[in-house]
Design a protein around this ligand. Structure first.
Ligand code: 5GP
Length: 196
C-alpha cells in the first residue's frame, strides 16, 4: 500500500473535444494539491505544447522499449499513436499529492485492475455532438483527417461510460467544473474517514 493512501487518483476521460484539458488545468490552478499525470506519447507535439509539461514526447522505439520493460501502469494506441502512464511517476507523486489523469477508456480499464490504486473515475460528455465538431475544428490543432478521426471516435468512446463512477455533462464549463470539484471533495472526505 502507498504511503499516501488517502490521496485520490482521479481519472477524467471524455471523447476528444469535450473540454477535458481546459477543466483539468482549471482544477490544478485552483487546487495546487493536485498533480496532473504527465503521460508519455508518440504523437507529434502541438505548437502550444511544452515537452515535459503537456506530455513527455518520445519516439516509437523509446515507447516500445518502455512497454517491454513493463514500465507503464497502462498504455494504449489512440488515433494511431501510443499514450501511456509510467508507474514510476505515479508511485512517487501519490505519496504527497492527489493526482489527475487525462486518459481514455482503455487506460481506465487497465488502471482499474490495480486494486491498490484509489481511483475515482469520471466520464465527461458533451451535451451536443455538433458543438463537439465545431470545437474540434476551432481548436485548429489537428488536420482535417485527425478532426474526422476524433469526431468519429465519439460513438465508440461513449460506449464505455459504464466503466466510470460518475458521468458529467459539459454544457457549461463553470457548472461542469463545480460538479467535478464536488465529486472530488466528497470522495476526499469519505476517504479520510475510511482510514480512521
Ligand atoms: P490528445 O492527442 O488530444 O492529447 O489525446 C488523445 C486522447 O489520448 C485523449 O482522449 C486523452 O485522454 C488520451 N490520453 C492521453 N494520455 C493518455 C495516457 O497516458 N493513457 C491513455 N490510455 N490515454 C491517454
Amino acid at each position: 500500500m502507498f504511503a499516501g493512501e488517502n490521496n485520490l487518483l482521479v481519472i477524467l476521460s471524455s471523447p476528444s473535444g469535450v473540454g477535458k484539458t481546459t477543466i483539468t488545468k482549471k482544477i490544478q490552478q485552483k487546487y495546487s494539491a493536485f498533480k496532473i499525470s504527465v503521460s508519455h506519447t508518440t504523437r507529434k507535439m502541438r505548437s502550444n505544447e511544452v515537452d515535459g509539461i503537456d506530455y513527455h514526447f518520445v519516439n516509437t522505439n523509446e515507447f516500445e522499449k518502455l512497454i517491454k520493460e513493463k514500465k507503464f501502469y497502462e498504455h494504449a494506441r489512440i488515433f494511431g499513436n501510443y499514450y501511456g502512464t509510467l508507474k514510476k511517476n505515479i508511485d512517487k507523486d501519490v505519496e504527497k499529492n492527489d493526482i489527475l489523469f487525462d486518459i481514455d477508456w482503455q487506460g481506465t480499464k487497465q488502471l482499474s485492475k490495480h486494486k491498490n490504486l484509489n481511483l475515482i473515475k469520471i466520464f465527461l460528455i458533451a451535451s451536443d455532438k455538433n458543438e463537439l465538431k465545431a470545437r474540434l475544428i476551432k481548436r485548429n490543432q489537428n488536420t482535417k483527417r485527425e478532426v474526422d478521426l476524433r469526431f468519429d471516435s465519439f460513438d465508440e468512446d461513449v460506449k464505455y461510460w459504464r466503466d466510470y463512477d460518475y458521468i458529467v455533462i459539459n454544457k457549461n464549463l463553470d457548472n461542469c467544473f463545480n460538479q467535478i470539484m464536488k465529486i472530488i471533495k466528497d470522495n476526499k472526505k469519505t476517504n479520510i474517514f475510511r482510514s480512521i
